[in-house]
Design a protein around this ligand. Structure first.
Ligand code: ADP
Length: 198
């Protein structure tokens, strides 16, 4: 198994690369997605969160009010630690389950938005960074995601710089061009990853 960490700044095209790698046969492990899954209605995770925070953190439809929880833990380190103590082990267990189910020659790609910021490169055999100029990130975030330019700039400024990301990359995928350009680059990347995994 080849364990790959995939990261990139917001709007760089990380999700697009992840989807293309999945199409080519990669097993995708999406930490943010798993963190949502483990507290879906009916899960022991959600029951534990409600036991800790009260049923005021539930929306009328029984799903977790993520915004409300976010506001509670943002202001209080102890509450954040309590939330993490519930969610992190569940996420870790689910990730191990997905890895254990993968074939011996699988390419397992972990989609990790804050890989650079959190210094996690050593956890992976290889780090792939999706890179695009800041102006391109801004353009995608405003035209395709409906963010204001100010909001998009603030989000980008809060993350690692392109240089910081490139410094920990084994592969940099340039996504400054068209989606067809990106597909060709992902094909070349996939060839290398699949060869290494085999
Ligand atoms: P990220 O996951 O890095 O935040 P996404 O993959 O969601 O970014 O890309 C942001 C937006 O830009 C999406 O709407 C995506 O479809 C679009 N996009 C990504 N790459 C390209 C590209 N090369 N050309 C045009 N649009 C792109």
């Amino acid at each position: 198994m080849l364990k790959v960490g995939l990261t990139g700044g917001i709007g760089s095209g990380k999700s697009a690369v992840s989807a293309l790698l999945r199409e080519r046969g990669a097993v995708i492990v999406d930490a943010d997605g798993i963190a949502r899954e483990v507290v879906e209605p009916g899960t022991p995770g959600l029951a534990a969160v409600v036991a800790e925070f009260g049923d005021g953190v539930l929306l009328p439809d029984g799903t977790l009010d993520r915004e409300r929880v976010g506001r509670i833990v943002f202001a209080d380190r102890d509450r954040l630690a309590a939330l993490n103590a519930i969610v992190h082990p569940l996420v870790g267990a689910r990730m191990r389950e997905l890895e254990e189910a993968a074939a011996p020659d699988a390419v397992v790609v972990h989609d990790v938005p804050l890989l650079t910021e959190n210094g996690l490169a050593a956890m992976y055999d290889l780090v792939v960074v999706v890179d695009a100029p800041v102006e391109t990130q801004l353009d995608r975030l405003t035209s395709r995601r409906g963010m204001t330019e100010e909001d998009a700039r603030a989000r980008i400024a809060n993350q690692a710089s392109r240089e910081d990301r490139r410094a920990i990359a084994d592969h940099v995928i340039d996504n400054s061009g068209s989606l067809d350009d990106l597909k060709a680059r992902v094909d070349a990347l996939w060839e290398d990853l699949a060869r290494r995994a085999a």
